[in-house]
Design a protein around this ligand. Sequence first.
Ligand SMILES: *[C@@H]1O[C@H](CO)[C@@H](O)[C@H](O)[C@H]1NC(C)=O
Ligand SMILES: *[C@@H]1O[C@H](CO)[C@@H](O)[C@H](O)[C@H]1NC(C)=O
Ligand SMILES: *[C@@H]1O[C@H](CO)[C@@H](O)[C@H](O)[C@H]1NC(C)=O
Length: 333
Amino acid sequence: MLRLPLLLLAVMIPGGDNEDGIQGPTSYHVIQISTFANSTWAQNQGSGWLDDLQIHGWDSDSGTAIFLKPWSKGNFSDEEVTEIVDLFRVYLTGFIHEVQDQVGKFQLEYPFVIQGRAGCELHPGKAISSTLRGALGGLDFVSIRNNSCVPAPEGGSKAQQFCALITQYKGICDIIETLLSKTCPRYLLGVLDAGKAELQRQVKPEAWLSSGPTPGPGRLLLVCHVSGFYPKPVWVMWMRGEREQPGTRRGDILPNADWTWYLRVTLEVAAGEASGLSCRVKHSSLGGRDIILYWGHPTSIILIALAIIVPSLILLICLALWYWRRWSYQSIL
Ligand SMILES: *[C@@H]1O[C@H](CO)[C@@H](O)[C@H](O)[C@H]1NC(C)=O
Ligand SMILES: *[C@@H]1O[C@H](CO)[C@@H](O)[C@H](O)[C@H]1NC(C)=O
Ligand SMILES: *[C@@H]1O[C@H](CO)[C@@H](O)[C@H](O)[C@H]1NC(C)=O
């Protein structure tokens, strides 16, 4: 019975232990968010990520990179890092001026936001692919595929116009191509190696149960909290014995501040049906020893209460009896 979920788990977990032994993150990308409030006010935000773990920030006032981990530079020399950071600074300032100049031509209306995401990913078999995507106002705009600009359907005629324009800037296109297809893969392999002690660590989850806001009369919302685990892939299910409960609702996996993750998994049941349910957690750090928590808190709290109250009551009664008997003897004497 248990083999099936475990097999499914192995299939469902792309970042897990696969046949090539790649563990932890497999991609690096930078994110650019440029906000244009009006013709005089614009701002860039930048960051660098291994999958969904941030390792770089960007201080846009001083135009410098922030290395969030001691190994964030990978195996690049300080000179090469400085060169790339300079390139980004020039690019980001240039980007704002260029866009502000083109607002009329592209009929853009303030305020608007441009988002960019560029990076590379390691696939099983050690192939590395690179991608660059741009979005305007939250919609896909263009992507760079195989060294050519591809307008997104959502981008309409503006995206086609943009691709036609960028193709004329051969120098910029060559730099982008080198960064994507040469620098990024080299950096990715280096940084995955430099950070491997932290990236491939295993941290066990803690789990606890609580009840959520009552969904309705006679109904209960059972909440299973799982927190502090790393890496991200995790399997959590409400069970009755060995039966998975199909009503199980899984929240988003949210980040804790310490590079571990948090997940909340709920089940709505009729109040009378809660006992006998359990929350089961499978995670690579547990080595097959699943965490199983039974919905029984109310009874166990009552038991604890009884265990404390009953002896105290007995003690009180004994004391009362003793005093009463002493008092009656005294009054007789
Ligand atoms: C431009 O936007 C900024 C930020 O929202 C605001 O502080 C500033 O007053 C605006 N300037 C003009 C000319 O509207
Ligand atoms: C990418 O371009 C190369 C040569 O320019 C071509 O051989 C290859 O088929 C292209 N790949 C894709 C996925 O379009
Ligand atoms: C960093 O590591 C990668 C992958 O192992 C390698 O290709 C590269 O030459 C190394 N050094 C630099 C400076 O990129």
